[in-house]
Design a binder for this molecule. Structure first.
Ligand SMILES: NC(=O)c1ccc[n+]([C@@H]2O[C@H](COP(=O)([O-])OP(=O)(O)OC[C@H]3O[C@@H](n4cnc5c(N)ncnc54)[C@H](O)[C@@H]3O)[C@@H](O)[C@H]2O)c1
Ligand SMILES: [Zn+2]
Length: 679
């Protein structure tokens, strides 16, 4: 045990630090350290306070929730405080929680728990009077929050009027507003392209998007709300079990988490935790743990709460997806189109379940935006299979000898000059096809699964083939012979034969695959598909000028320029000719049919959307020739129901009339297939 004086000094330090981190996180929506670091310091604070209870001050971060609201918003007081949650970081913490609950209730019996994913967003309180949404508020410091009524009204999944009947006259619904991962990634891509500030993570993006004085900005952000409890209730009864209350909320129009479950006892909680930990990366939204709640609301009441959290619930956190580490150096990689990409070499750090030692820094603008230097302590995010990213710099920990990141003036691979086009963030090697790196990347892309799909021709093999001088261009692939291959490392006669057969099989392809495989800048699969469907044949695409190209749905001036420019270059025309001479072929497309594939079909779009905005989805349907109607009739071709709202009246009507229905995910798949949506 430390001496009281030592403990007091350390406590003061921790308090100052945590309060500053709280301010950055809750007030500015701009955290400067990862949650894992905050949680470590918070735990230290709690440990010292546990050893020296006499030192617990009312202003200690362990005694309060969040931060006071921003004065720019009007304030709202919460009649029932909005609390935080206690954390568990391992199984033992969870078992201790169960024991504390049993002790307080003086029972050795199993406790039934509700299990809910802990959405990583921002808590919200929604007040309904006689079924009408009258007020939305943030949690703030738990007693006073910010009035964000205008903002919450823009969110599709928040009902402005409750559905069905039997709801209490006064009903305060609480839940989490969050941003699904796809929406977050797209928002950041746009911000990056526009040279604007990016958000560190989806939670931060949700908080920043919601707390906008101009609600029109909130309206453009892909936000979603999931209900997880009630606050004030009067003039009506609610069921006794927490999960039954949530089912009711669902009937009244709220989204509730489809993963919600009840378990008989704490062992069930452990199982649930492990199951969801495995599922975590496949979910459409970020979760940072699981919330376990005593399911019986009478027991909840008996257990009550302490200063900042209820005694009947706990958040069992997952391993962190963000961590801090040191930036050791920056290396530069050259891609297919010559883009020179800075890659951060890091002091290895365990994050998102793996040890990470590299992260992308995208481009010069990103480096400037982050203000990052070699030697800095940086925050790394690795969520699921996404490439690790440097999301921010902990500037307060910058060492004196931190060094600026210098972009090379010549290509690290071929030594050609590196050029930056004004107005473009990317630096490029000007070596073109003399650059070994670009050649290799072009061939890898050409043979990849979504392009010509040459089975068995992986990245390593392409590098070997180029390094050995066996191929110089994509067309050379089709001149390879089995004997040449058999001499290569790890390549027996059998696999050599197989590769030749795969190359031969790849010659029969489709126009869109071929177009995609050429690696034209900014022409992804979806754009290749749109171009193919619009023009129907390669000569038609090659003959199109920039105006004609821009007639295609998702082709703007930039893409049109790259396409036209590509077909103006002699060496590209030669490559195409060589490929066709080698036997690469496809059938042309009937343009009439392809351009408006949903012609004469009527769609009705309803419910809450999370991947795309509902209005945007409607526009895309119209782009494909569909009509979009407001109500369901016998003429309706399909009803798209977002948010799994099976009690939605349009859904019910569709069922009655035997009309097809589709989920948001299915619609997105359809829009993607037809090339009007690029996720
Ligand atoms: N990085 C930083 O600088 C920094 C600063 C402050 C706080 N933080 C992070 O925030 C955490 C503390 O924040 P907090 O007080 O909001 O607590 P919390 O986020 O750990 O837990 C409480 C919150 O969980 C949310 N929640 C999500 N799903 C829920 C569900 N199904 N049922 C109930 N609640 C649900 C609610 O919004 C609730 O307010 C810390 O553990 C830390 O990770 C980080
Ligand atoms: Zn080069």
């Amino acid at each position: 045990m430390t001496s009281t004086v030592e403990a007091q000094t350390r406590l003061e330090e921790l308090k100052k630090q945590l309060n500053y981190y709280n301010y950055r996180y809750y007030v500015l929506d701009d955290p400067n350290v990862p949650d894992a670091e905050y949680d470590r310091l918070f735990q230290q604070l709690k440990d010292i306070e546990a050893q020296h209870p006499e030192l617990i001050a009312p202003d200690s971060p362990s005694q309060r929730v969040g931060e006071a609201p921003l004065s720019a918003f009007s304030q709202v007081s919460h009649e029932l405080p909005m609390l935080s949650l206690d954390n568990a970081f391992n199984d033992e913490d969870l078992l201790n929680f169960n024991r504390r609950v049993q002790d307080r209730l003086k029972t050795p019996e199993d406790i039934e728990f509700a299990c809910e994913p802990k959405l990583d967003g921002i808590a919200v309180s929604l007040l309904y009077i006689d079924g009408q949404l009258v007020r939305g508020a943030t949690r703030g410091d738990g007693t006073t929050g910010e009035d964000i009524t205008q903002n919450v009204r823009t969110i599709d999944s928040i009902p402005l009027r409750l559905m069905g009947q039997g709801y209490p006259a006064t009903l305060e619904v609480r839940g989490e507003i969050y941003m699904p991962k796809r929406g977050f990634e797209r928002l950041n891509e746009h911000a990056r392209a526009a040279g604007e500030k990016t958000f560190v993570n989806p939670r931060n993006a949700a908080a920043g998007s919601l707390r906008q004085l101009d609600a029109r900005i909130t309206a453009k952000r892909p936000l979603q709300m999931c209900a997880y409890s009630v606050g004030r209730v009067s003039g009506g009864e609610l069921p006794d079990r927490h999960t039954a209350v949530l089912e009711k909320l669902h009937e009244w129009g709220f989204l509730i988490n489809p993963e919600m479950a009840t378990v008989k006892n704490i062992d069930g909680c452990l199982d649930y935790y492990r199951r969801l930990a495995e599922k975590r990366t496949t979910l459409a939204y970020d979760i940072d743990g699981i919330v376990f709640k005593v399911n019986d609301r009478l027991l909840q009441e008996r257990l009550g709460f302490v200063s900042r959290a209820p005694r009947w619930a706990i958040a069992y956190k997952f391993p962190a997806q963000e961590e801090m580490t040191q930036l050791l150096s920056v290396e530069f990689q050259v891609g297919r189109t010559g883009a020179v990409t800075p890659v951060a070499r890091l002091e290895p750090v365990f994050v998102g379940g793996v040890t990470v030692s590299n992260a992308t820094l995208h481009n010069r603008d990103e480096i400037n935006r982050l203000g990052v230097m070699v030697g800095d302590t940086v925050v790394i995010r690795r969520a699921g299979d996404v490439i690790p990213q440097v999301v921010s710099v902990v500037k307060s920990r910058r060492p004196d000898d931190a060094a600026e990141i210098v972009f090379p003036e010549t290509c690290p691979v071929c030594d050609s000059p590196v050029e930056t086009v004004p107005g473009e963030a990317v630096a490029r090697c000007t070596g073109g096809l003399i650059c070994g790196a670009q050649r290799k990347e072009a061939i890898k892309h050409f043979s990849s699964r979504k392009a010509m799909d040459v089975d068995g021709l992986g990245d390593k093999l392409v590098e070997q083939l180029v390094d050995e001088g066996l191929i110089h261009s994509v067309a050379d692939l089709y001149r390879l012979e089995a004997e040449q291959l058999a001499g290569l490392e790890r390549m027996g006669p059998k696999s050599a034969e197989n590769l030749i057969a795969a190359l031969s099989a790849s010659k029969q392809t489709t126009l869109e695959r071929f177009l995609y495989s050429l690696g034209i800048r900014e022409v992804g699969e979806a754009t290749a598909r749109s171009l193919s469907r619009h023009f129907g044949s390669l000569p038609a695409i090659m003959a199109a000028n920039e105006d004609a190209l821009q007639k295609v749905g998702d082709v703007g001036p930039v893409v049109a320029h790259f396409v036209a420019e590509f077909f103006r270059q002699e060496h590209n025309l030669e490559a195409i000719e060589a490929l066709q001479a080698a036997g690469v072929h496809w059938s042309d497309i009937d343009v009439e049919e392809a351009d408006e594939p949903l012609k004469d079909q009527t769609y009705v779009v309803t419910g809450s959307f999370s991947i795309v905005k509902r209005d945007a989805a409607k526009k895309m349907l119209q782009q494909l020739g569909a009509k979009v109607a407001g109500s369901v009739s016998a003429k309706t071709h399909c009803v798209v129901v977002g948010g799994g709202a099976t009690n939605n009246s349009k859904y019910v009507k569709a069922q009655e009339l035997g009309i097809d229905t589709m989920t948001e995910e299915e619609l997105v798949a359809l829009l993607t297939e037809y090339g009007v949506y690029e996720g």
